[in-house]
Design a protein around this ligand. Sequence first.
Ligand code: 5AD
Ligand code: SF4
Length: 439
Amino acid sequence: MTKPTPPPPQVYLETYGCQMNIADTQTVTAVLRRAGYASVARPEDADIILINTCAIREHAEDRVIGRLSDLARLKRARPALKLGLLGCMAQHTRAALLEKAPWLDLVAGPDAYRRLPELLGHDGFDPAVDVRLDRGETYADISPEYAESVRAYVTAMRGCDRFCTFCVVPYVRGRERSVPPDAILREVRALAARGVKEIVLLGQTVNAYRFDATDFGALLRLVAGVEGVERIRFTSPHPCDMSDSVIDAMASEPKVQPYLHLPVQSGSDRVLAAMERGYTVEGYLDLVARLRQAIPAIALSTDLIVGFHGEAESDFMATLALMRAVGYDSAFSFKYSVREHTRAHRLGDSVSEAEKGRRLAEVIALQETISLERNRSLIGREFAVLVEGPARRGAGRLAGKTPQFKTAVFPGAAEIKAGDTVRLRVESATAHSLAGAVV
Ligand code: 5AD
Ligand code: SF4
């Protein structure tokens, strides 16, 4: 009699942080699937729980520590359950982490995912730890398990060489490296064949992409050549890598959408210099002017940090002035969080928590006003909306994105399905979305 094969070990994966982490989780899922593991949707059903973590701000790490202690309760009830921590926080906090969460069975950094099956096989008293950074690792040969969606996020480059003084990314994700264009095109073709309409190319400084003679502008054109792909976006570019080649590709290739998330961080030259961002306010505004000249329909969003060490009230005022000068369509703003290992760590943290809170609230309020004004100016205009599915606040309405990446909602109809592009006339607007009717 043959013995029945044991069921595959069930893995539950949870992701914190940015799009890169979501994409990495899809790579991890693929690695584990190849090695015979199955995925489950609930931690209660899992033999192995893996959390992919973010280290960008202290708050992100605190959330994970909180979540880990919840999950530790499951492990106490079921000691055979394996609990692992992946990603940027694994890389960032290693030792401290094992002190705070001694029950962890596995700690694996962003370049260790290929070795996960091996690490999971490790049976011992001590946890399996692999936080080696590998400047060659791009996972180019591993096809991620993408979520079902009209949009897919495809990693174009990993790591970062910029070392902005506040940022932990270069330390936790390592040096910049680009995925070979043929590997990217292979993914994009497979996605298009499955009906994916929109490709978002990902990288920490995605427009610094270079593989041999292929720069990011050339990569955009290559992806645009794939039949079935209707829309192309990318995130996040660095202002200093916004070359003519990239701007030309955006301006001349209709599939590349008129939207750019262009992190500025601060509107004060003094703070930008302390952050070592590599541009001045004037240089950034010149770039915005060039972009608007080349791509008149372009929408812009940004990242802002308030309360960086040494940020005086006048510096903060300069940030508000810059926001008004650019007129961003949206902005993500954060209180400065001192990160160990970064160059700004030793400078200190001169702005109080309360003051950071006040500045953040002001930035958010100003952006609400600007976003609302900009969105209201679109009432009466028509946009091509790529339909994603039911609107979050339901009531038979559908939602999708305009080329400018604005959420648009409209009444559903039997013949309209996800993946279709409809023409929408905007009838009303909030700071965060447009509403209208199909024309
Ligand atoms: N504190 C606050 N915000 C940060 N960011 C990066 N590092 C920090 C930090 N130490 C923000 C930047 C970046 C975004 C992804 O996160 O604005 O663009
Ligand atoms: Fe961090 Fe600067 Fe690199 Fe962006 S460009 S990931 S902010 S170091």
